[in-house]
Design a protein around this ligand. Sequence first.
Ligand code: C5P
Length: 418
Amino acid sequence: MKEFAGKHLVLGLSGGVACYKSAELCRLLIKAGASGQIVMTEAAEQFITPVTMQALSGRTVYGSQWDTREPNNMPHINLSREADAILIAPCSADFAARLAQGRSDELLSLLCLARPAERVPLLLAPAMNREMWVHPATQRNFAQVAQDGATVLGVGTGEQACGETGDGRMLEPAELMEELSAFFAPKQLVGQHLLVTAGPTFEAIDPVRGITNLSSGKMGFAIARAAREAGAEVTLVAGPVHLPTPRGVRRINVQSAEQMLMAVEQSVDAATVFVATAAVADWRPALASEQKIKKDGSGEVPALAFVENPDILARVAQSPRARAGQLFCVGFAAESHDLLAHATAKRLRKQVPLLVGNIGPATFGQDDNALLLIDAEGHRELPHASKRVLAQQLVADIASRLRAAPAAPRRVGAQVLV
Ligand code: C5P
């Protein structure tokens, strides 16, 4: 099932160079299963033609309140009432000023004013030159529109079409899609703070070599994103991976297991849920050489001695807050076979209320996975799906556990831990 299946959006374009990004945004929305009605101001049509937007949305574009296509000649009423949300992207400084004043002398602002505000949310993606963005009049207008019930999305920073650099760029289409997902996601984790570890660790042998594993971090990043979308505050401690940080998530980059432990210890007191998805190296070289170990031609191979890494999850799970039920701990197990037996044993060994099993070789680096959720009562399968969908399902599962036992002593095995 596509993420936006069944959702109908009015995508409004006001005048700005960022209109070119709205074409891509429209394409992404349609690809994600949404239907989109494009409404453009006269200024927007200076930047991109309705032909492009019609082709991408599969619907004729509206630009005038005098459009006779609607039998009752009221496009502002008809279009606004059938929408699940109205997204103005780009929202120019002028358009924000018009919204702030409740102006209604062209279709797009008229439609925003006429929408049933309690059931049709209005989202704005500002786009303008950096001086225009920081101008008190613009800030005042966006603050007013937000106070009137609209959701003002952030702006990007960087090079602008005018040649200047700073704040005010419209968010990229993929970022806007993330914002929309977050907006529509059920807010099941409001008030919770998730601490998530993700990715592999890298254990140095010398300054240019080390030991790592094939974990891509995708599952942990998807969980961080889904938790954030569900309304939680999220801290993500990430091993060395090349993945973009989910919007709104605080990320701490680490390399080794010891660094990961340190980052976790610094953040765990504020957390209410700890999800350990990281594939932490079990051992590290006992002594990392300060200089590159050289091959001297003698044929002699260096002997590497290892020491065991700290078990981050086991430590956190044994902390007083976890034992008192104030910190809900979720572990992961990547196994190659006998998933249920190994993961069940691991749950008891690590003393966590919930352990999520998956088949390591089948999931590392992939975009999809299948999960097995194991708790004191038994187990439940989350069948094969994208990591995005599985992360949403896992977050929903964690949320229902938190609702069922808010900050209560937790049951790991047969006995209750207090
Ligand atoms: O023992 P094993 O590595 O299979 O356990 C996997 C679970 O324990 C995962 O949740 C992983 O993030 C966590 N773990 C950890 N620190 C370690 C080893 C594993 O937090 N040193």
